[in-house]
Design a protein. Structure first.
Length: 155
């Protein structure tokens, strides 16, 4: 699961730290989820004036997001459970914590300091690891290597 700043790195900056994420998304190695309010936040962020000089084609960027993600809706009655999740200091980022939890994501990739501070608490409560892009790339490489070894040596 990716938060908005990771999507911006993918869609606007072509940040080399997120290139393994792009490759994994494009190949179907990982599956990303998004919910409507997270998608809308990303659309708004891409329209910020500071990104204007990058010439972002917002409809094309959002089409890419739609192609690479699966829409996920928080289940009915989840408000009570969501209230028990670790609270992010930045209330705008709480939706990413909730989505990662309810979608049972293995990871939430973020560079946001407020989100990263919840790393231990979210892992204990939901089993979701919050990771920087570089840590996610290493985690993914290790999992792919282990899977390749298991496939090559099926003892």
């Amino acid at each position: 699961m990716l938060d908005s700043n990771i999507w911006v790195d993918l869609l606007v900056f072509a940040d080399p730290h997120v290139e393994p994420i792009r490759v994994a998304l494009d190949s179907g190695t990982i599956a990303a989820v998004i919910r409507a309010d997270c998608r809308e936040e990303l659309r708004r962020v891409l329209a910020y004036p500071q990104f204007a000089h990058f010439g972002v084609d917002i409809p094309a960027a959002m089409a890419t997001v739609d192609r690479l993600t699966t829409a996920f809706a928080i289940p009915d009655g989840a408000d009570t459970l969501a209230a028990r999740l670790p609270r992010c200091r930045d209330t705008d980022d709480q939706k990413f914590i909730e989505l990662a939890h309810f979608a049972q994501a293995a990871c939430l990739v973020s560079k946001d300091k407020a989100v990263l501070k919840l790393k231990g608490r979210l892992r204990r409560q939901s089993g979701v690891d919050i990771m920087l892009p570089q840590a996610f790339a290493a985690w993914l490489a290790a999992r792919l290597e282990a899977a390749a070894q298991a496939h090559a040596d099926p003892r």
